[in-house]
Write a protein that binds this ligand. Sequence first.
Ligand code: NI
Length: 257
Amino acid sequence: MLIDTHAHLYMEHFDDDIDDVIQNAKKSNIKKIFLPNIDSSTISKMLKLVKKDVDFFKPLIGLHPGSVNENFKSELKIIRNELEIRKYYGIGEVGIDLYWDKTFEKEQIVAFDTQIKWAKEFNLPVIIHARNAMDLTIDIIEKNLDKNLKGIFHCFTGNIDQAFRIMKTGFYLGIGGILTYKNSGLKDVIKEIPLEYLVLETDSPYLPPVPFRGKRNESAYIKYIAKQLAETKNISLDEIEKSTSENASKLFNLIPV
Ligand code: NI
């Protein structure tokens, strides 16, 4: 079995064929898909998708760093309210993104800090998005670390030092399509990381694995990522499936299937 720990299948990219996408995922032996939120505008679409199959889809709630702007406090209020009124499986995706724009760096840090505190309060894992800000993001996690704080560095693309710092915090590395890209350098890093720190994800509709680069990504393609991980670590595909699924089940507190 496989678990996709990160997919935005509620986005408009899937409006025309979501039922096929779900069927493809199930045929590919995926048992659960975790849906990270973006901001207040995506919540209702995400919850609508969850309703299609509540055992299969597991919603996360959070404010994405790319959506943090001068209105972030009112956005956070909506996120907080959701946390209080509904069952969510984690806080995500949250973090720091300085790739496009550094205008709201301070606000991004405040929003991230606030949501980390909520994760601790509700005893939920944090799903972290870090882009052009890996060291800063790890600093913030280290500063907030206690025995309740846990989560995933989603779409990890850092270097070996950063990977080891993350391992020390007990967080997982989310491995996606980038592992299959020729010049990513990620394979050399992941070779050194024990299986007990790795989970799989697609980040659909983004970052499709080879041979689908340039196309829309979907959860079924996770098998290409799993195959690449098996090859990179020279471990059987069965072992990869078993260990990444166990890690995800443990993190998200799922009853073993
Ligand atoms: Ni994402």
